[in-house]
Design a protein around this ligand. Structure first.
Ligand code: AMP
Length: 719
């Protein structure tokens, strides 16, 4: 995991630098986790960094930063949701990692309350659910608002979304007039697996773990999407209440259960630290079989009078602590490294392990990320694991942190077999034998075989039929895989000739009949006519996502126009990475290439990928054969009668003061102009706001007409 200088050995200067580094790292991690639901590190790594930060702060209290990670809860609400100011702040929890931390917690509570060591003091102990917290406000027994934690003070209003969750009652009877119930939204393992399978099937987002799936599902701008997601809710706390629920924590939980909320069945009252520890161990032993993720046990002082006296620190209550489970890891042997090939040809190394139980789950495969990771360095060449490489035959550490895919995290050099050789990452695709090329700046090596590579073909076919692309009803990943295995569909065009070739045979296939076969062929026929953007996205070319597909379609308006431009931008495919670099330098000067690059929103990497795909003979033939089966719809040019800028190529530069860049672009396009990102001899007009630099200079050199924003608005008659 994290290897860094021991905190006690840090000088003041080093501490200052380290605190800054940690603040940045943690805030990025926080944003990725809370706002984007896409974690960049495991929870255990996050905790370790936070702990290190706290240790340094404890040693150098005067260096504590204003934006100290210790003073933060979660992250600010994401844009797109209305904000809710919590009537009572939503807190985070202090962490205990060892038995000693728990005893220290008990000692500090007693000392704060002035209770002798032998005085009775009860705590509740319950699982810490790994989901996201949600505050539900009931007024007069009706659910009136649901809000996420956000940064603790302000959260996101997700009321419409919360109303779709079965575990959340819309109405409750016998409750205080105002009652804010707090608890955790989560997804069970089974529901998570099924959701991911569905998502994969239709080419949607696949979630890293149940927590992300829960957060991503709850925080949908369209609550109807939330409705289709299997979310659950455990209530374990409360915010504002017009009258107390009970006198104890346990009593309040029982009351919430009575009101119709799900509460966790593993909640206990413990009279001593020994009982708390015993419960911690009991919960840990059941962790793998609970069916949902938990990451520790939370202890809370049971007596609410004591809770009130203890109160809060800046972000955490003094009366509660989360006792985290150790990261789930184990040591085992690396038996082999397999290489999997994805849709864009990426070679991903997978560790085949001697099966080992990690946190109650048997693990026999784990990711090794990429070739640098195996070699013991990160993508910038800096050492990871202090530079230790991983070899077949090594004793390795496997790590699971709530993530679906376990990873190999470390290696035990003392157990390395004498004959273990450094791992040679394949330079050729293990499936089709084509050269696997690693481009500069890419951490991934890719098979260059394109459509001659069976692995890529299957993945590309799955992508082609996915929902955002051709979306052929009745033809999902499973069917495509079967048809491919049987040689019925070897490339996209085969989908459209399937009826001719196997119309009869299909009705006799297992699982198919007259009706389902007829339905499938009808669904396929319906997609012969396809919008240009969907066609482009469906090709599964690297970097050519849905947005890029739309952008290219809008700019070129027809498949023929785009194809011809790409053709004149192309050169024979490069033989290797060195050659590719040299050719790119030459290509970058061609007018067709600059036209492609100049399309706003289309980057160098995409153009490169597009040209490569179209110039690779095998791949090109496949694309042409598919196109021949289709009627690819042109994009109608907007009606631009009387428009002074129809057909003109316009470039915007500098700051626009009366509209956003996106707005300017949309209006220009609506008037039939082409908006480009860079100035060339093809540019007709430059609109330059304050701060315009090199583009204005170039336009002046080329003698291109230049207007300011007002001049532009006047020209298009919208001043
Ligand atoms: P953290 O954000 O990791 O400091 O942990 C605090 C969070 O743990 C809370 O905001 C809740 O979302 C979550 N949590 C999960 N289970 C519980 C529980 N049983 N009691 C209190 N908080 C819980």
């Amino acid at each position: 995991m994290i290897e860094a200088t021991d905190v006690s050995a840090l000088s003041r200067e080093q501490a200052l630098v380290e605190l800054e580094r940690l603040a940045t790292l943690l805030s990025e991690a926080n944003r990725a986790y809370h706002t984007e639901d896409a974690p960049v590190m495991s929870d255990a790594e996050f905790d370790a960094l936070r702990r290190r930060n706290a240790e340094i702060e404890a040693r150098f209290p005067d260096l504590i930063r204003e934006d100290s990670p210790s003073a933060q809860v979660g992250a600010e609400p994401a844009e797109g949701f209305a904000k809710v100011t919590h009537a009572v702040r939503m807190y985070s929890l202090g962490n205990a990692f060892e038995e000693a931390d728990l005893r220290e917690f008990d000692r500090s509570v007693r000392s704060y309350l002035g209770l002798p060591t032998d005085a009775p003091l009860a705590y509740t102990a319950e699982p810490k659910i790994d989901g996201l917290s949600l505050s539900l406000r009931y007024e007069g027994g009706r659910l009136v608002q649901a809000a996420t934690r956000g940064d603790g003070t302000t959260g996101e209003n997700v009321t419409a979304n919360a109303r779709t969750v079965d575990d959340i009652p819309q109405e409750i009877t016998g409750a205080p007039d105002v009652l804010e119930v707090r608890g955790e939204v989560y997804m069970s393992h089974a529901d998570f697996a099924a959701l991911n399978a569905r998502q994969a099937e239709k080419g949607g987002k696949v979630f890293a773990n149940p927590r992300n799936a829960a957060a991503g599902s709850l925080r949908q701008l369209d609550a109807e999407i939330t409705r289709t997601r299997p979310l659950r809710y455990f209530a374990y706390a409360w915010g504002e209440t017009s009258e107390p629920l009970a006198e104890t924590q346990m009593g309040s939980i029982e009351r919430l259960a009575h009101l119709g909320f799900q509460t966790n069945p593993l909640t206990r009252v413990c009279e001593t630290p020994e009982e708390m520890l015993a419960h911690y161990r009991a919960v840990e032993a059941q962790r793998a079989s609970l069916g949902y993720d938990i990451d520790g046990v939370v202890y809370k002082v049971d007596d609410l009078g004591y809770q009130r006296r203890l109160g809060f620190r800046s972000t955490t209550p003094r009366w509660a602590i989360a006792h985290k489970f150790p990261a789930e890891m184990a040591w085992t042997w690396l038996e082999a490294i397999d290489i999997q090939v994805g849709r864009t040809g990426a070679l991903s190394p997978v560790a085949r392990l001697t099966p080992v139980t990690v946190g109650g789950v048997v693990v026999s495969n784990a990711t090794l990320h990429n070739e640098d990771y195996i070699a013991g360095r990160d993508s910038s060449g800096a050492p990871i694991r202090e530079g230790r490489d991983i070899r077949i035959g090594d004793r390795v550490q496997v790590y699971r942190a709530g993530d679906v895919i376990p990873k190999v995290s470390d290696v035990d050099l003392s157990a390395r077999p004498a004959d273990a050789e450094p791992y040679q990452f394949p330079t050729h695709c293990p499936v089709c034998g084509s050269e696997a090329i690693r481009e500069e700046g890419d951490s991934v090596r890719r098979c260059s075989g394109g459509m001659i590579c069976a692995a890529q073909v299957v993945e590309k076919l799955k992508h082609l039929v996915s929902r955002s692309a051709f979306d052929i009803e009745g033809l999902g990943s499973k069917q495509v895989e079967q048809f491919h295995d049987d040689g019925w569909i070897k490339e996209p065009a085969d989908i459209f000739t399937l009826e001719k070739r196997y119309g009869e045979a299909l009705t006799a296939r297992d699982g198919w009949g007259e009706k389902s076969a007829a339905n499938l062929f009808r669904a396929i026929d319906e997609r012969r006519r396809i919008p240009l953007d969907r066609f482009l996205f469906g090709l599964g070319i690297r970097h050519l996502g849905e947005v890029a597909g739309k952008t290219l379609a809008r700019h070129f308006q027809s498949w023929a126009a785009l194809r011809d431009t790409v053709d004149s931008a192309g050169a024979e495919p490069a033989a290797d990475a060195e050659d590719a670099r040299a050719r790119r330098a030459v290509l970058a000067d061609s007018p067709a290439w600059s036209e492609l690059i100049s399309v706003d929103g289309i980057g160098d990497a995409l153009v490169q990928a597009l040209v490569t795909a179209m110039r690779q003979p095998a791949e090109r033939e496949v694309i042409d054969r598919l196109a021949a089966q289709l009627d690819i719809e042109d994009v109608a040019a907007p009606s631009t009668e009387g428009s002074p800028v129809a057909g003109k190529t316009v470039v915007f530069t500098g700051t626009l003061e009366r509209m956003t860049r996106a707005e300017a672009k949309a209006r220009a396009e609506a008037l039939g102009a082409k908006v480009s990102g860079s100035v060339s001899s093809k540019t007709d007009l430059l609109v330059a706001g304050p701060g315009a630099g090199s583009k204005a200079k170039k336009a002046a050199e080329l003698g291109i007409e230049t207007l300011d924003e007002d001049g532009w608005l006047e020209l298009i008659g919208q001043a």
